[in-house]
Design a protein around this ligand. Structure first.
Ligand SMILES: *[C@@H]1O[C@H](CO)[C@@H](O)[C@H](O)[C@H]1NC(C)=O
Ligand SMILES: *[C@@H]1O[C@H](CO)[C@@H](O)[C@H](O)[C@H]1NC(C)=O
Length: 213
């Protein structure tokens, strides 16, 4: 009994020191931090979350749509729900490195989970051509994990609307995962025939928070 307790304490000591050390070195070298959800809890890596605006003045949460202009599309588009009462889509932010929690300033892919429709394209968020004009720089699904087109990172929102809530912006950084323009593109809202779509077209970055599913 005594030995298993001291073993457990030793293990706890090792884990604690390791996480303190890795947090310290990580923060010092790259400014990466653990992402927090709307309630202040750490966001898990590769686990589904809803994301949405800090205040729902201009619409609700982010979701996928399988139709545009009354026509079915495949793969899907990433859009902001016009209504602020819906939960939104479930998105897994998956770091390319193996980590327990999601970190800012680290490359990741965003998976929308298996589609409940005949469309069998990949569900990873992708930007067909970040440097082109809309619609080529709007975020859709398709392509695969750890490719230039599906390469993103999360950054703390520079001037949060509500300083008490952890809010973030998304950047598309093609060259961090493969060949592509050596810059990061802020994800912002682009109005496409009345539909609020996520785009890498620049402008004011979309400020969002994470909600546990
Ligand atoms: C997707 O569906 C098309 C047409 O139904 C089929 O030809 C293709 O093999 C499917 N691909 C996968 C990955 O299931
Ligand atoms: C991205 O957004 C940040 C914060 O608003 C801004 O400072 C920066 O200039 C933007 N970058 C580009 C390339 O638009």
């Amino acid at each position: 009994m005594k030995s298993s307790l001291s073993d457990a304490l030793f293990l706890l000591f090792v884990i604690t020191t390791q996480s303190i050390c890795s947090t310290t070195t990580g923060a010092a070298s790259t400014g990466e931090n653990v992402v927090k959800d709307a309630t202040g809890k750490k966001v898990l890596n590769n686990v589904p979350y809803h994301i949405g605006p800090v205040i729902s003045a201009n619409g609700g949460r982010i979701k996928l749509t399988d139709a545009m202009n009354n026509k079915k599309i495949c793969p899907f588009n990433v859009v902001q729900d016009p209504s602020d009462v819906n939960l939104g889509g479930q998105f897994s932010f998956t770091l390319i490195a193996k980590e327990k929690y999601l970190l800012t300033s680290r490359i990741l892919g965003i998976d929308s989970g298996s589609p409940k429709s005949p469309c069998n394209k990949s569900t990873f968020w992708t930007v067909p051509d970040a440097e082109a004009k809309p619609p080529a720089n709007l975020i859709t699904t398709g392509d695969y994990f750890d490719e230039a087109a599906t390469c993103f990172q999360i950054v703390e929102y520079p001037k949060p609307t509500n300083p008490k809530v952890h809010s973030y912006m998304l950047q598309h950084c093609p060259s961090f995962c493969g060949a592509g323009p050596r810059t990061c593109f802020n994800a912002s809202i682009y109005l496409d025939k009345g539909v609020r779509r996520l785009a890498s077209s620049g402008g004011t970055p979309f400020e969002f928070v994470f909600y546990k599913v």
